[in-house]
Each structure stands twice: as C-alpha cells, then as structure tokens.
Design a protein around this ligand. Structure first.
Ligand code: SF4
Length: 231
C-alpha cells in the first residue's frame, strides 16, 4: 500500500486534485483509500457521537452507510495500518497532513519540503498533466516504512530509501519489510527479526494452530495469523 499526500494552503484546489488523482488511480485498476485531515470537530455536541465523547469515551468511531470515521486521538499510522489490513487498498491519498513523512504533492510553493515530488497549480492542471502526475505518484510514493533500517532494499537505512524514492532514484525499489511474512510488534514498536527467530516463530505458531480444530470455525487455510499477547 502506497501513500501520497496532497498538501497546500486553503483554497488551492486540494480536494479537486485529490478527486482527480483518485479517479485516475481507479481508472488504472487500483483500489484507493483516502484520509482527510480535519481541523474542525466532526461532532456537534448534541450529536450521538458528540455525546459519547462528552461522556468520556477516549475514542469514538462512527460507521455510516459509506464512511468510517473516528473522533479522538488516533495516530495517522494506526489509521493507515487499519486501512492496509482491513481494506487492502493499493493507494491511500491523504488530503492535508503536510508535516508527515510521506511522498507529497504540494499545491502551495511555500509548503515544498524534502518529501515533495511535485508542486502544482492544482486549478490549472489539464487531464494529461494529471495523468503525468499520477505516473509520478506510482513511481515515487511509498508505503508505511517500519524503520527497521535492515538494508534489504539496498539502501543503508530507511531514511536513505525514502529520499531516494521521493527523488526518483528508486522507482523500482520497494521496502522489503512491507511484504515480510512475519512481523513482530511489542508495545506498538516494530521489532526486526533475524531469519532464525522469524522461522522459529512462524513454524511454532503455525504448528500449534494446526493442532487446534480451526476447520470447525470455518478456517481451513492460514493466509494471515494475528496473535496478541497482553501483559
Ligand atoms: S527494506 Fe524497508 S525497513 Fe529495510 S532499510 Fe529498506 S526501507 Fe528500511
């Protein structure tokens, strides 16, 4: 799952550009998710979810006919991880989030930074220019980098990889841990696994689960196993 942010100051055409990028990505056969940065509260105090919040709920989730939203302190990485595991989208287009380390299209020249792949006048782009922009998005955007600094991508660390992607020097390279078969997180921190531990965990956990009668619960094959240990 790759991430592209469209960032800019007010009234610079961000939403229009986001919708054009979504349409072009969908036209190319990709499954797309979006995430909008909201500066205002979604909840009026007299709404149902507003009342939940006022009553003291830390996190309120609203699931509507078409849109899932949360109110409360949820880190963007957590939301992106949810999108990745729940919906398996190919691209997430962010609207806003100008200070985050994802590949970025800027609609305001003064917001250009080290993650900007292109600055555009969003209100003047024609269709061909949007297509070229989406070519760039395909080549230069990247997903959630786990910061393992494992060098499997051929770069010395994750920061080098990210900057090479943004600058177009790693168009055919992806973060290798993105597709790793075994991932371990402890207290939300990703922990790198050496081959011995990785294979040991996989074989031990799979072996134990096979001894359980998972077929009685309708599970014949294991595509993905999640195990949570709370202390
Ligand atoms: S493969 Fe991924 S985690 Fe490893 S150094 Fe490259 S970017 Fe970082």
């Amino acid at each position: 799952m790759k991430i592209i942010a469209v960032a800019g100051t007010k009234n610079t055409g961000k939403t229009t550009l986001v919708t054009r990028i979504i349409k072009e990505l969908v036209k190319r056969g990709f499954k797309v998710g979006t995430l909008k940065h909201a500066h205002h509260s979604f909840d009026r105090a007299d709404s149902d979810t507003g009342k939940h919040k006022q009553a003291g709920a830390e996190l309120v989730a609203g699931v509507g006919f078409e849109t899932f939203f949360t109110t409360g302190p949820m880190e963007i990485e957590k939301v992106l991880n949810m999108m990745k595991s729940l919906e398996k989208v190919d691209f997430v287009v962010l609207e806003g989030f100008k200070n985050y380390p994802y590949a970025k299209i800027s609609t305001s020249p003064d917001l250009e930074d080290e993650f900007t792949i292109q600055t555009v006048d969003a209100k003047k782009l024609n269709d061909e220019e949007v297509e070229s922009l989406v070519d760039l998005v395909e080549e230069r955007s990247f997903g959630l980098v786990q910061n393992f600094n494992c060098k499997k991508c051929g770069f010395n660390n994750c920061s080098e990889f990210v900057h090479a992607k943004v600058n177009g020097d790693a168009t055919n390279v992806e973060c290798k841990t993105d597709s790793d078969e075994v991932l371990l997180r402890v207290n939300n921190e990703a922990i790198p696994l050496n081959p011995f531990v990785r294979d040991f965990i996989r074989e031990t956990v799979e072996g134990m689960i096979k001894s359980l009668k998972t077929s009685e619960f309708g599970v014949e094959d294991f595509n993905k196993i999640e195990l949570l240990i709370r202390k």
